[in-house]
Design a binder for this molecule. Sequence first.
Ligand code: AOF
Ligand code: ZN
Length: 398
Amino acid sequence: QGAEPVLHLAKSDDAYWMQRALEQAMAAIGRSHPNPTVGCVIVKEGRLIASGATEVYGGRHAERVAIESVADRSQLRGATLYATLEPCSHTGRQPPCADLVASCGFARCIAAVGDPNPLVAGRGLRRLRETGLEVQTGVLGPEAMAWHLPFLFWQIAGRALIAAKWAQTLDGQLAYDDGRSQWISGEESRAYTHWLRQKYDAILVGVGTVLADQPALTVRSCVEPHHRQPIRLVFDPGARLLSCPEETWQGVLERTFSSQTPTLLMVRESAVAAARREPLPARRLERIEHLVSLPDELSPSECLRAALADPSLSARAGRPIHSVMVEGGPRLISTLAEEGMIDMTHIFTAPILGGGTRFRLQFPAPYGVGVRLHPMAHARLGEDLLVEYLHPSTQKLL
Ligand code: AOF
Ligand code: ZN
């Protein structure tokens, strides 16, 4: 349940220990944002002697947590340090990890991926090589890249990562024809999804999903401790929420707009203006604390891009928004995917055949050439299979 590794089976000792380092990071999911949540293990003669993960923002980095947990530092002589990200070489809120690692007498340092932060960018590993350590990168590289993607993407692309998550049947249905979507993926996948939300700064859903399910979109019923609740974004260009049946509206207020974390409602300018002229929508609008008005002339994808690039979104959310996970529905995901907006996907496939015909991803004919995604990591969750894919443009960027 929860923090099961999204990994291939270990193929070598190094992969085995890097998997343990990734598990350290996963157990601290979301804790260090906007710092990447790095995992670290220290191994000597085939035995684990220390482990750690990045602390809350401004706190110690993973390598320091692991090293400082060893009372007798002479133990570290000749040991191997595994880190899911290149040890840093700069002085930020914390002193450089590379200097600390270099001072301990390690024989080897294995980093899964490099740190693209311009203040680091290879200098951490170079520093260690110069000290005489054997340095290696790329062990579980794709898995670590998938894990650190929100951070890597923000550093490299300079904009918020848009990930999509959906569960589907073998025949590609995201919900049964009667609209039920809750029972496609199994219990393990659902717990995993709740847990996974902590990795992202915001969860985005389309209004169709909100009207159908009144989802809470919170972190719950999954492994503890819970490190944070992402904010919620509801994409409702036509303001359908403001004129839905009263019972649905009450459910939406209670669950999707619950007090645990802010919910921002994204509506087109013209629809906001129209809502203000009608008694019921106008009254409901009063209840919305965070309204994001979208320019009329932009497409849905352009609206989302603009909203995410607008610093006032982070200000209103009370935290930087560097990544978003889209959780449906099929229409919103199709619209975004069609315009090449989905940078990565978490897809859960349940062993169910015959899910109906109504709720599937749909792309217009010109899209028919097909975009080949890059699989990065996979896991079995109960009877479901989870695969994480990168869009080819994301792959190229990294
Ligand atoms: C590491 N280990 O566990 C993490 C690293 O302001 P600071 O000092 O906390 O530095 C933040 C930067 O350090 C961050 O942008 C990223 O480049 C790197 N994160 N590095 O060696 C860690 N979290
Ligand atoms: Zn560091």
